[in-house]
Design a protein around this ligand. Structure first.
Ligand code: 13P
Ligand code: SF4
Length: 370
């Protein structure tokens, strides 16, 4: 992860109101040459400046449309800014306000580990294996999938992409999120015994060649540290508290949690499900706390709470704050592009194949602020 130097001390001294006013002035003066994108897990103070909000898929689609912007400031995490750089032209500078805003899941699949896995898996079987990476991965991993006939997916279109993969080969390797892979394959009607777990920390992933030959899905042993916090005990507690609660979770939660829930789906699915629900309904939601809090505020006629008693917060998303946003905009106003995320051209060339296949297998999303 790139190093984020501490901000100059003047930023610590400024009041929240001053910071907000200064960011707004920058936005007014840059006009349409500046586009701010905000992932739903960002805090409200950041989201208020987003020209577009969305989940990973929607923000990728919106980034791909930014042909006229000069600067895209991505309020999200590193892999999202990399995807935006891959999908925009070279004349668009993609900026991540805090360079240390990474993703622990993306860090669980290093390109060298994937190369080793591929050598082992392709030696173990003559079947065609299609590599599918969740978009929560490095540009190098995306490029590998693009080069080897595979694709990226998000939680919104994982099923479509895995179906696409099995039209092209007999097996799919899915990385880095074992849970999204397992939940999606189960939703497609596949049995758990058609899946094996590849552990990149073990020799040959801890698998035998025979188990690879017998499998349809090779799931990478990675997970989201935020969604991994939700447990079946949380589900049981909510049911005990009030059986009227609907349990709605993100598919990065474990299989057991998804099985105990009433509904599971991507961030946009969660937002739509709560939005479409009748007044008076009760929702316990298994996803990042900033989104849950925003949904509760947006729907005062419904009861919306976190599935867990503890705060399930994505600490890396949270590194993006209004001070860092102001800092990058101050620098831009002074003619300096800082915190630019640039994917090398050779990586971009292959990664765009994987991202384009992802976008080709997704429903269009509205390009408005939610
Ligand atoms: P989506 O934005 O695809 O729902 O994924 C959630 C997430 O964990 C983003 O990092
Ligand atoms: Fe990564 Fe999970 Fe945070 Fe998303 S919520 S950025 S997958 S750690």
């Amino acid at each position: 992860m790139p190093f984020q130097p501490p901000l100059p001390s003047e930023y610590a001294a400024q009041s929240r109101d001053d910071i907000i006013a200064r960011i707004q002035r920058h936005k007014n003066s840059f006009g349409p040459s500046l586009v701010v994108l905000g992932h739903h897990y960002q805090e409200d103070d950041v989201i208020r400046f987003a020209d577009f909000t969305g989940d990973s898929l929607k923000l990728s689609q919106i980034a791909a449309r930014q042909k006229h912007a000069r600067y895209v400031v991505f309020c999200g995490v590193h892999f999202m800014a990399e995807s935006a750089d891959i999908l925009t032209g070279d004349d668009v500078a993609v900026i991540l306000p805090d360079l240390s805003a990474g993703c622990s899941m993306a860090d669980m699949a290093h390109i060298d580990q994937l190369e080793d896995a591929w050598d082992f898996l392709t030696a173990a079987t003559d079947a065609t294996i299609v590599p599918i990476t969740y978009v929560n991965s490095s540009a190098d991993v995306k490029a590998f999938c693009g080069r080897h006939g595979g694709a990226c997916c998000t939680s919104s279109n994982a099923r479509l992409i895995l179906e696409w993969a099995l039209d092209r080969g007999q097996k799919a390797i899915f990385l880095p999120d074992q849970h999204l892979g397992r939940n999606t394959a189960c939703a497609m009607g596949h049995a758990l015994d058609s899946m094996v777990l590849y552990d990149p920390k073990q020799r040959d992933g801890g698998l035998s060649a025979q188990s690879v030959r017998d499998s349809t899905f090779i799931l990478w042993k990675g997970h989201c540290s935020v969604h991994g916090l939700f447990t079946t005990a949380n589900c049981d507690e909510i049911r005990g508290l009030d059986p009227a609660f609907n349990i709605l979770v993100h598919p990065e939660c474990s299989r057991e949690v998804v099985q105990r829930s009433d509904y599971a789906g991507s961030t946009e699915y969660i937002i739509k499900t709560v939005g479409d629900a009748p007044p008076g309904t009760k929702w316990a939601i298994g996803t990042e706390i900033h989104l849950v809090t925003r949904l509760a505020a947006a729907h005062p006629d419904k009861t919306v709470r976190s599935l867990a008693g503890i705060q399930c917060l994505c600490t890396t998303m949270y590194r993006i704050d209004i001070k860092h946003l102001l800092y990058v905009l101050d620098q831009l106003a002074a003619g300096r592009v800082v915190n630019r995320i640039t994917v090398p051209p050779d990586v971009k060339r292959d990664a765009v194949l994987a991202l384009d296949r992802m976008l080709a297998n997704a429903a269009p999303q509205p390009a408005s602020v939610d």
